[in-house]
Design a binder for this molecule. Structure first.
Ligand SMILES: [Fe+2]
Ligand SMILES: [Fe+2]
Length: 152
């Protein structure tokens, strides 16, 4: 794999492929949470596994973005993007925290039907936040590199 210490179109392609993978993991986690109002143990374990898988992937993805250099490269090519990049990066710990709280809820052995249903709604909020984050990130990179990356 290419070194992640400099901006590179290959690395950008890698990150963008991860955005598509993240979308698939979101779909899988949504399906795991979309079971009858009172889940059984297998439902809870399935949801926890899906959310933990998403969390692990997201942590690696964010750290690659933070070390990859292409966001900085976007700024050096177009300095006015600096505030947008700062916002994007500041959202990483917030998103991870949101997902951690959701996992803690679902990991409770005696989760009530009420808490389970709330977890489903919280997940939809988290999914909206993550989707908006990735959309903004794609827009910054696309603008910084002034290329059509086919992200629409
Ligand atoms: Fe990001
Ligand atoms: Fe991203």
């Amino acid at each position: 794999m290419a070194s992640l210490d400099r901006a590179d179109p290959v690395i950008m392609g890698h990150i963008l492929a991860q955005h598509r993978e993240l979308h698939d993991l979101l779909v899988a986690a949504r399906a795991a949470l979309a079971v009858p109002p009172a889940p059984d143990r297998a439902n809870v374990l399935g949801a926890r596994r899906a959310l933990c898988g998403l969390s692990d992937y997201l942590r690696r993805h964010f750290s690659q973005e933070e070390c990859g250099g292409y966001l900085e490269e976007s700024i050096s090519r177009m300095p006015r993007l600096s505030p947008a990049v700062k916002v994007v990066l500041s959202e990483h710990p917030v998103l991870l925290g949101e997902l951690d709280r959701l996992i803690a809820t679902v990991a409770a052995a005696d989760i009530s039907p009420l808490a389970w249903q709330q977890a489903g709604r919280d997940f939809e909020c988290f999914a909206d936040h993550l989707t908006a984050h990735e959309r903004n990130e794609n827009a910054v990179v696309q603008e910084g590199y002034n290329e059509d990356l086919g992200l629409d």
